[in-house]
Ligand binder design. Structure first.
Ligand SMILES: [Zn+2]
Length: 386
């Protein structure tokens, strides 16, 4: 009996986690958090460079890219100028705005002048405490706040006892945060050939208080001569921000959005803005008003995964017309195939009843993914929507 219970537990709860299974709604709001600022310069580089300035520059470039490529996504900065913002306020900004992703950007320094490379952190306590030093250094930013004793309930960034509480807490967004962190690191290392210091867990105060998938990126070491020069250069700041953007774009796609890569090379799906879908909508108009548009299909997206699963997988039992298609670097799973928005809604209800609570409607025109408002417009023009 016991064995059976654990087998079930494994199949239904742990397997999805282990395989990078993600089910979430669309990415609507992203909060970008350039570390430090104002009277807190953060790390000071070999040539006297300030972490606060480097990360602000990269953050603004990243935000501009997201806004340009994904105008449907709201970008909020915790700071967009050289001002000091308390750590707890940064998380508060993300929580109040119900952000779907929180990206904190930092630079590192080390006594060892040869230390270099990029690393991305998620909130957590790893048993070896190997990454504690980085977290302690970044958390020490609170010592520059006027009322830190009260705001952090006596938390001392340099006392190991202060960190015990974190080992008792679960990170509800660990899987998604880790998945995004891995994408960021892959872009840094595969595209830019930066030294890969990996994805790590450490107890960062700024991540601890956020209630959405959150990462803290250390772009590189300002104490390393070449890396500092790279991070200060136009090329370096451009490349690093584009790399992070690439991972953001991937996350948007995984959560049901459309791919809008900067260079267009990694497009798995065409951006409807670049296609003739809008023009087609005018062409559809003269059609008889009674006809269902045969080129228009509605489906329910209920999951995305970094590994491909057979569509008749046990996990999908009971869902109609399950299909799997590659989208960006992930596999997206849909159920149903309906000609009208109205007729796909019962499928949505069914999928949600089966436990995929964040499932949502997506639409295709001539096999290409299009936005829902465009699909509804197409429907209206052929007389289906009243
Ligand atoms: Zn920092």
């Amino acid at each position: 009996m016991k064995y059976r219970f654990f087998a079930c537990l494994f199949a239904f709860f742990l397997m999805p986690l282990l395989s990078g299974w993600t089910v979430a709604g669309p990415i609507r709001t992203i909060v970008i958090d350039p570390g430090h600022g104002g009277h807190d310069p953060g790390a000071v580089g070999l040539s006297g460079s300030h972490e606060s300035k480097v990360v602000l520059d990269v953050a603004l470039r990243l935000g501009k890219l997201i806004q340009k490529q994904h105008p449907e996504v709201k970008v909020i900065y915790t700071r967009s100028t050289d001002v000091f913002i308390e750590l707890y306020k940064r998380a508060e900004i993300a929580n109040k705005n119900k952000a779907d992703l929180f990206i904190s950007i930092h630079c590192n320094t080390a006594a060892n002048a040869t230390a270099h490379g990029a690393e991305t952190f998620v909130m957590g306590m790893d048993k070896t405490n190997a990454n504690m030093a980085v977290a302690q250094k970044e958390n020490a930013a609170i010592l520059k706040e006027t009322d830190y004793e009260n705001n952090y309930e006596g938390f001392d960034p340099y006392s190991p006892e202060s960190y015990i509480i974190f080992s008792l807490l679960q990170n509800a967004h660990l899987t998604q945060s880790t998945h995004f962190a891995s994408s960021v690191q892959k872009c840094f290392t595969n595209d830019l050939h930066r030294n890969d210091r990996g994805v790590k867990q450490a107890p960062f105060l700024v991540l601890w208080r956020t209630t959405m998938p959150s990462v803290l990126i250390e772009l590189g070491f300002l104490s390393h001569k070449e890396e500092e020069a790279y991070l200060l250069s136009e090329k370096g700041k451009n490349e690093m921000s584009r790399s992070i953007y690439k991972a953001v774009n991937q996350m948007i796609v995984e959560n049901g959005g459309l791919s809008a890569p900067v260079d267009g090379k990694v497009a798995a799906e065409k951006n409807p803005a670049d296609t003739s879908v809008v023009a087609d909508s005018a062409a559809v108009q003269p059609k008889p008003v009674t006809a269902v548009n045969p080129d228009l299909v509605y489906k329910i997206q209920f999951a995305a995964s970094s590994v491909q699963k057979p569509a008749d997988d046990y996990a999908f039992r009971g869902l109609p017309k399950v299909q799997c298609r590659p989208s960006g670097s992930v596999f997206v799973y849909t159920a149903g195939e309906e000609p009208t928005y109205e007729s796909v809604l019962p499928v949505l209800e069914l999928v949600r009843e089966k436990g995929y609570k964040d499932a949502f409607v997506i639409a295709f025109y001539k096999g290409e993914r299009i936005r829902l408002d465009q699909a509804k417009k197409l429907e209206k023009s052929s007389g289906i929507l009243k």
